[in-house]
Design a protein around this ligand. Structure first.
Ligand code: ZN
Length: 415
């Protein structure tokens, strides 16, 4: 049985038919539809010479034992956001399955190194707001206490929802045992952005995932009557936030792949007859370089203080969340470049703005790389998310090549 990329496309459609409504994919982690997608996936394992089980965090592991215990791990996630797309995560899992089948067949069930497939639980964090849940338990970066008491929109607690699916949060740390013998991790994913499409390229080599600095900012001015307060006498907290929103464009613009976003802005009192006395906004900054990220953070802070002064306001900052940039493994990035080059003729390298399970695996110290395939219109987390079938098939072929190269890379490190 040789590699059959068309089968991957067929299976993706089968999964979509089983788990999507007219609004898109509904495989939200810890729901019945998600469990159904996992049962469906298990049915695809029949007849393969593999062992499979769930770890303590609900990640599914499928193992094809090899001559060496050193393992090549391939994976992604089957869960989706509500009203999501048909490819985010599921492409990576089903492409991994196709590669696993090819290797099992080619080596008559006993490849030179062990091959493992992982379907991480709750990558999206769509229900409880905690992304990369399963992979962070695997990596040992998860803190159970902080998440246990999270609730969904119906007030159901996270630990209760997981318990219903047979996962006990207290056991999460045991998921780390699955790291044993992992020699490399590969993940194929849709780009979820417009870069490859603009370059008219099907595939891309992912250098790493950008680090994130996420802050809440509050500008304090003076609430005042909109009729009686002369323009020069105003301390307008919205004017300050608006100036900053324009300023962050040039802060990001000085670095090729950096992005800065003010995605939320609230004004108080927020009525037509008052000058804004207080404005609250978010700032999300991302880059693949820790130094650039730190510099952009400094520059945004300085700009906000200068602008606050100009507008006779003050500004306060508080950090919401941050994560350091993850640079993927140099050797594996090179192997990925070769695999993409051999398949598509051009190998563009790019960082990932969104986070992925691969970032957590890399944080665990396991050599990691990702491959991207073009997203039509750069859209994802939406029912219109799409990739052409021709590109999907190319992606499976390139990913298979990368798996072969990485098996050889692992073997050479054993020898
Ligand atoms: Zn994803």
């Amino acid at each position: 049985m040789s590699l059959d990329p068309k089968r991957t496309v067929r299976e993706l459609k089968e999964l979509r038919a089983l788990t999507a409504s007219e609004d898109g994919a509904q495989r939200v982690a810890w729901t019945d539809v998600w469990l159904k997608s996992r049962t469906w996936f298990e049915s695809k394992l029949h007849g393969l010479p593999v062992e499979h089980h769930f770890d303590a965090a609900g990640n599914r592991w499928v193992t094809l034992p090899g001559a060496s215990d050193r393992a090549l791990v391939l994976g992604s996630h089957l869960d989706s956001v509500p009203n999501g797309g048909w490819l985010d995560g599921s492409l990576g899992v089903l492409a991994a399955l196709e590669v696993l089948r090819r290797i099992a067949s080619e080596f008559k069930g006993r490849p030179p190194v062990t091959i493992r497939l992982v379907d991480f639980a709750d990558e999206e964090g769509a229900r409880f707001g905690r992304s990369l849940l399963g992979s962070s338990a695997f990596a040992g970066t998860h803190s159970v206490e902080a998440d246990r008491v999270r609730t969904d929109k119906d007030g159901i607690r996270m630990d209760q929802a997981l318990s219903r699916c047979g996962v006990e949060m207290d056991q999460f740390p045991d998921a780390r045992h699955e790291q044993k013998n992992a020699a490399a991790y590969l993940e194929l994913h849709i780009e979820q952005g417009p870069v490859l499409e603009r370059l008219m390229l099907p595939l891309g080599v992912v250098l790493g995932t950008k680090g994130v600095e996420r802050h809440a900012l509050t500008f304090h001015g003076q609430e005042a009557h909109s009729g009686s307060t002369p323009m020069k006498a105003r301390r307008d907290a919205l004017a300050a936030a608006a100036k900053l929103a324009l300023e962050i464009r040039s802060i990001a613009g000085r670095h090729p792949d950096a992005v800065c976003t003010i995605g939320s802005l609230k004004t108080f009192p927020g009525i037509v007859t008052a000058v804004v006395g207080r404005s609250e906004c978010s700032l999300d900054q991302r880059d693949l370089s820790a130094a650039v990220l730190a510099q952009m953070y400094r520059e945004a802070r300085e700009a906000s203080e200068r602008i606050a002064k100009e507008e006779k306001c003050t500004v306060e900052w508080s950090r919401i969340w941050n994560i350091e940039p993850i640079q993927f493994h140099r050797d594996l990035v090179e192997l990925c470049r070769q695999a993409v080059m051999e398949t598509a003729g051009v190998a563009h390298q790019l960082p990932s703005g969104p986070l992925h399970d691969a970032a957590e695996v890399s944080r665990a110290g396991i050599p990691t790389v990702m491959m991207f395939v073009q997203s039509v219109g750069g859209i994802s987390h939406n029912k219109v998310e799409d990739t052409s079938e021709e590109h999907l098939e190319m992606a499976v072929r390139a990913f298979d090549r990368l798996a072969t190269k990485t098996m050889q890379w692992i073997q050479s490190s054993i020898a």
